[in-house]
Design a protein around this ligand. Structure first.
Ligand SMILES: Cc1cc2nc3c(=O)[nH]c(=O)nc-3n(C[C@H](O)[C@H](O)[C@H](O)COP(=O)(O)OP(=O)(O)OC[C@H]3O[C@@H](n4cnc5c(N)ncnc54)[C@H](O)[C@@H]3O)c2cc1C
Length: 220
């Protein structure tokens, strides 16, 4: 949506086609069908093609062609791609990873199968009751870091009650032109994550800017 907005602002949108390909069934599928459908509607409302269940297997830069699992292909002029996530080799070599290729942890304390060894953020694998994994998101890495840091300090000093990471998360969905939507919820809710989406508006865009400024000022 930000690329679409940039093209529109620069007067290039008329001659441009924008498409999203994803292996997922909907955007943010773990947040549930309602959130996924809402984001899909936003994307398609901007004239962007949304192509679910398209798992990229190869890119041919000379022919400018994408190849998907199952044999489908698509042409491109400019490709913006998120490469596959992989657990760093050093973490794998340490014997911390499980069958998913990521580090299994206690969902509340983030402790690994090794006593007093913790993992947070993208390297972790936390399976939700709904069968999907907790998404890899900065908002979770941040909250997990605070809980683990607090608990390590408490264990050393013998002071303070233990904290747990409760699965709460939120995200801003930037739509371009200073407008964003906002989704918030508890990803540990049972039987499925309870996530709600707030209507797009300028407030959420400014909320994201405020969040960034606060984050940088608070921590750095
Ligand atoms: C395109 C994109 C958009 C995103 N948007 C959002 C969003 O809107 N909201 C949100 O919450 N999250 C978002 N995320 C996810 C978010 O960026 C990650 O979940 C978050 O950065 C994870 O933090 P982390 O500390 O676990 O891992 P990382 O940020 O990946 O940090 C790991 C660090 O370890 C370093 N490292 C690796 N191997 C070694 C080694 N051997 N020795 C030393 N250092 C090493 C890496 O260089 C890296 O700096 C987005 C991610 C992407 C890719």
């Amino acid at each position: 949506m930000l690329i679409e907005a940039s093209l529109r602002r620069r007067g290039l949108r008329e001659g441009t086609q924008v498409d999203v390909y994803t292996p997922e069934t909907l955007p943010m599928p773990v947040a549930g069908k309602a959130v996924g459908e809402a984001i899909k509607t936003m994307v398609e409302g901007k004239g962007i093609g949304f192509h679910p269940q398209r798992k990229l297997v190869a890119v041919d830069p000379e022919r400018r062609e994408l190849a998907f699992e199952g044999g489908a292909t698509a042409a491109y002029d400019l490709l913006v791609v998120v490469p596959p996530h992989r657990c760093p080799a050093v973490v794998r070599a340490a014997g911390l990873t499980g069958e998913t290729g990521w580090v299994p942890v206690d969902k509340g304390t983030l402790e690994t199968s090794h006593e007093r060894v913790f993992a947070i953020g993208d390297v972790t694998a936390i399976k939700l009751p709904v069968g999907l994994m907790l998404p890899k998101a900065g908002v979770f890495a941040h909250a997990q870091a605070e809980a683990v840091a607090h608990n390590i300090a408490a264990a050393i000093t013998g002071q303070g009650a233990p904290e747990i990471f409760d699965g709460a998360g939120y995200c801003f969905v930037e739509m371009g032109h200073g407008v964003a939507a906002y989704a918030k919820g508890n990803f540990y809710a049972e039987p499925a994550p309870a996530v709600t989406m707030r209507s797009p508006g300028r407030l959420w865009h400014w909320g994201k800017i405020y969040f960034e400024k606060w984050w940088l000022r608070h921590w750095f």
